[in-house]
Design a protein around this ligand. Structure first.
Ligand code: NAD
Length: 517
């Protein structure tokens, strides 16, 4: 039986051994530890709900497979939340994760309300785990799936986008969030997706954005995708607008191979793919940074079945094979994954994937784990066995010359709720104030739509007005001219709530026009 590289596993970027900061000294990279000592220390959190049951099951399989790992068990999640630690991560757990650099995490129950923060988001961002890698695959005909040919890896940017958490209420009616997309953040995740595709024999990388609407932010992500794709001519590349792309993923997932997206779209797409594959219980995921990586199941703590002995440990087991590849123990990863595939193929199935006619035996967590252990050394005969390469995916960023940045004007956001919100009233008032200090009011928009000059009466107006001012003479302006303008607006009684500078970079406008402008 020939074996293939299995692209469904995340091999990950191993950073340099330096980078120690604060009071914790980071250990050498996991691969180096493995080469030098034969074992790699791993921080392990058993998690909440079904977490302890499935984590115990996974550690049993790893032990029986002689995985070269030692475990540093830490307590995060419910117990920490109950001690009043709102992040869910006590100081000693941070130290253990940062010094071990590899983290196997059981699912955590996030308490509702009470100011508690999502532990996952905190860990991803604090440790700069920039890539979320979620392979999802159909195991048909052994596990029922409407899409037997599906085999997708979603590579989701993990730190930026709307997840920067920068939100403000600005007026009685308007709240805003800041969406941040950066060039290095985009390049890092897109290169990661292509390097992953190259390392694991994937044929195609699809980028999904909404750059027909979000021209600056998603436009940058798409632009970087085009640039990076040129360096991988052997891999097919394509871009799809996220709305139709998501619809196609749901209807014809077989068409996709690797998908790379900004954070929010990837969050949604990767849940769709996990669901399509048959059961959330089967998928693992890796959160990868240049120094630290965290591995976990895609599903949550499943409180409805906690303690019943029926949970499927497969998601965390698949994540553990991703971990093994990450630390350089590819052969053990292969042994474990093949034993697991053989167990599925033999029809020995936990309740979430058990189907009369497809399965041969319905088993609980322990019996399923025993079945995997009994099959260590076996390979599946129908499902494609896996063969992992050693070595991870490494990503380096390109150098770019700095563009010439020039200040061209300013958008001033004003809270105004008078005169039936008549745009001509605010327009004329602001124009007069602007003229008195060498500025011109170019336009006003309300929720992005131009309402002055020449707005339409049908447009709905809130109390939040974006007013664009340009210097009356010349193409550029200065910060002190902006301060003069703001002082004039303030003393004329306008309620300025926020400003946004208008720049050009190398002579190119770097801000959007008003809709209808
Ligand atoms: P969930 O994934 O825990 O459960 C959804 C459904 O899938 C439930 O019916 C559950 O029984 C089933 N299920 C999940 N994993 C299973 C498994 N391994 N075997 C068999 N059945 C399984 O999602 P939820 O109920 O929305 O969330 C429960 C808790 O988990 C919440 O507190 C949520 O915040 C948390 N959560 C944590 C993570 C994480 O730690 N990465 C991820 C998602 C949700």
């Amino acid at each position: 039986m020939s074996t293939h590289p299995d692209p469904s596993n995340a091999a990950v970027d191993i950073g340099s051994s330096d980078g120690a900061s604060a009071d914790v000294t980071l250990a050498p990279s996991p691969q180096r530890i493995l080469e030098n000592t034969g074992t790699v220390p791993v921080a392990v959190a058993y998690g909440d709900g079904i977490g302890p049951e499935i984590t115990e099951a996974v550690l049993r399989v790893l032990d029986e497979a002689n995985a070269p790992l030692s475990y540093d068990v830490i307590e995060v999640g419910r117990a920490a939340y109950e001690r009043g630690i709102t992040s869910g991560i006590p100081e000693e757990a941070w130290d253990a994760i940062r010094s071990n650099r590899v983290f196997l995490k059981g699912p955590i129950t996030t308490p509702q309300g009470g100011g508690y923060k999502s532990l996952n988001v905190t860990i991803r961002k604090a440790l700069s785990l920039f890539a979320n890698v979620r392979p999802t695959k159909s195991y048909a005909p052994y596990v029922a799936s409407p899409h037997p040919g599906m085999d997708i890896v979603v590579v989701r940017e993990n730190e930026e986008d709307l997840y920067a958490g920068i939100e403000h209420r600005q007026t009685q009616e308007v709240h805003q969030i800041l969406k941040l997309i950066t060039r290095p953040g985009s390049e890092r995740i897109i290169r990661y997706a292509f390097e992953y595709a190259r390392a694991y024999g994937r044929q195609k990388v699809t980028c999904m954005t909404k750059d027909n609407i979000q021209k600056q932010t998603d436009g940058l992500f798409h632009q970087v995708f085009r640039e990076v794709a040129e360096g991988y001519p052997e891999i097919e590349s394509e871009h799809q607008i996220i709305d139709i792309g998501a619809a196609r993923v749901a209807a014809q997932p077989e068409q996709f191979d690797v998908i790379v997206t900004p954070n929010l779209y990837g969050d949604i797409i990767s849940d769709i793919t996990a669901q399509l594959a048959g059961s959330v219980g089967l998928a693992g995921s890796a959160n990868v940074g240049s120094k630290i990586a965290m591995f976990e199941a895609v599903h949550g703590s499943a409180p409805d079945i906690a303690g019943m002995g029926v949970a499927n440990p497969s998601g965390l087991l698949v994540a553990a094979t991703q971990l093994l590849v990450h630390v350089g123990a590819s052969e053990v990863a292969q042994t474990v994954k093949n034993a697991w595939l053989k167990t599925l193929e033999d029809g020995i199935h936990p309740a979430d994937i058990y189907r009369e006619g497809l399965s041969t035996r319905e088993v609980g967590t322990t019996a399923f784990t025993n079945a995997v252990i009994e099959r260590l050394g076996d390979t599946p005969s129908q499902l494609r066995p896996v063969q992992y390469k050693s070595g991870g995916v490494t990503v380096s960023l390109s150098e770019r010359p700095k563009a010439k940045k020039e200040l061209q004007g300013i958008d001033v956001f004003i809270d105004w709720d008078q005169h039936d919100r008549d745009p001509d009233t605010i327009g004329v008032g602001l124009s007069m104030a602007a003229q008195s200090c060498g500025w011109t009011l170019e336009m006003i928009t309300n929720r992005g739509v131009k309402v002055y000059p020449d707005g339409l009466p049908e447009t709905f107006w809130t109390d939040h007005w974006r007013c664009r001012f340009l210097p009356a003479d010349g193409e550029t302006t200065t910060f002190s001219a902006i301060l003069d303008l703001l002082a004039v607006l303030h003393s004329a009684g306008w309620d300025v709530i926020k400003t946004e500078h208008l720049y050009s970079f190398d002579g190119e406008r770097a801000y959007s026009l008003g809709q209808g402008q």
